[in-house]
Design a protein around this ligand. Sequence first.
Ligand SMILES: NC(=O)c1ccc[n+]([C@@H]2O[C@H](COP(=O)([O-])OP(=O)(O)OC[C@H]3O[C@@H](n4cnc5c(N)ncnc54)[C@H](OP(=O)(O)O)[C@@H]3O)[C@@H](O)[C@H]2O)c1
Length: 389
Amino acid sequence: MQPSSEPDSRAYVSDLTLPAEIDPSAAPTPSPEDEGAILLTGATGYLGGFLLATLLERTRSRICCVVRGRTPEEAYSELHASLAARGANTEEIHRVDIIVGNIAKPRLGLTPPEYEYWSERVHSIYHCAAWVNLVSGYKFLRNSNVVSTTELLKFATFRRRIPFHHISTLGTIIAGFAEGWGVVTEDMRPPQPLPVGYYESKWVSESRVCQARERGLPARIYRPGAILGDSTSGFACTSDWLAQLTQACVRVGSIPTHNFQLPVSCADFTATCIVRIATEYAGPTGVFHPIAPTPMPLETYFSMVRAERPDLDRVPYDRWLDLVRTTYGPSSPVYQLSSAVPRFLPSPENGVATYASADTTLACLEPSPMIPPMDRNYFSRFLAHILSE
Ligand SMILES: NC(=O)c1ccc[n+]([C@@H]2O[C@H](COP(=O)([O-])OP(=O)(O)OC[C@H]3O[C@@H](n4cnc5c(N)ncnc54)[C@H](OP(=O)(O)O)[C@@H]3O)[C@@H](O)[C@H]2O)c1
C-alpha cells in the first residue's frame, strides 16, 4: 500500500522521499561466492547481541560491528560479555572487527579512506541499531533512526549494491490493528503510522528502504514484535518498555488490565529467523515477521507476572496509572511511559482482537524453525531476569 496522498502536517512527512543520490541502479552486486564481511549495527544492544551470536554461529564470515563512544578494546570486552550472557560461544569473537563510528553522521563518522576500505570488504549489512523510545517525538528520534538508515543505505550503494537487512518493528503497522484489519500479513502496510514518534521514525525508515529496493538494492525488512527473553535461559533486556512496566507493577503492588494482542517472540528465535531468512531464503519476499504464530494478550502477560508475584492486585488501567503517578511522580520516565500505553498499544475500538501474521515468514524456512514454548516455566525464567533489577 502506498502512503496517503492527503496533506499531512506531521513532522515525518517531509522525510518520506529517499534522497536521489542513493541510486544503486548501475552498481554491481557482490557475488554470492564473495567471502566478504558482514556489517552489523546495534551489536551492543539487546537484539543486536543475539544477532551477533547467531551470525557467529551460522556463518564463517567476519562480522564488522559499528559502535560509537567506545574504544575498540572497550567494545570487544562489552561484546564478549554480551555473548557470554547469551550463552554463546565467545571463542568465535576473533571474527569480530570493531568499527568505531556513528551511523547517524555522514560517512558513518568514518574518514574517507576508512569508508572506502569497509565498503569494499562488506558483502551484506544487518541494520539493527535504533533509538527504541516510545515516549519521545519524531524529531528527537529522527537522527538515530531515519538519518542513520539513510547513511547506511548510502554506504550500501556507494560502489556496489550490498544486500541490506533492515530491522524494523511491528509498531509500523499497529495502525492496521487499530483500524480493525483483522490479521495483518507481511505484505500489508497501513497508509500512515500511529502518531507515536518511534513508530513514525521506523515507518519512514521502512519507506526509505522500500524506495532503495525499488531503485535496485537487494533489501529486506524484518518486523519483530515485543522481543522477550532467551528461550532457554530467559536472559532478557531489563530496561525496555515491557521490563519497565513489569518492574513498575511490582513496585506499585498491582497489574493493570489492558486489551491488546501483543505479537511476541523469544529473542534467540527472532535472531535465528532473521539470520536464516537472510542467509538461506532465495525467494523474492521483501517483508518478514519473525514472531511466534500466536500473539499474547497483554492480559495474559500480566497474569504471568502475577503468577510469579501472587501478592499483586489486578486493577483497571486508570487506577494502576494513578498508583504509578503517586509512587514515581508525574514527571518520572516510568510514569511518562506508563501513561503512553494506550497511545502505543491502542485497544481495538470494536473490541475485536487483531494480530500480525507470521505465516509467510515461517513458510520461507525449510526446515521450519522450532517455535519455543512460552509457558509458565519460560515466564518464570524470563521474569526472574527482569525482576532481578
Ligand atoms: N526490543 C524490542 O522488543 C524490539 C521490538 C521490535 C523491533 N525492535 C527493533 O530491534 C532493533 C534493536 O532494538 P533493541 O531493543 O535491541 O535496542 P537497544 O537494546 O536499545 O539497542 C540499540 C542499539 O542501537 C545502537 N545505536 C543507536 N543509535 C546509534 C547511533 N547513532 N550510532 C551507532 N549505534 C547506535 C545502540 O548503541 P549504544 O550501545 O551506543 O547505545 C545499541 O547498540 C531496533 O531497530 C528496534 O527498532 C526491537
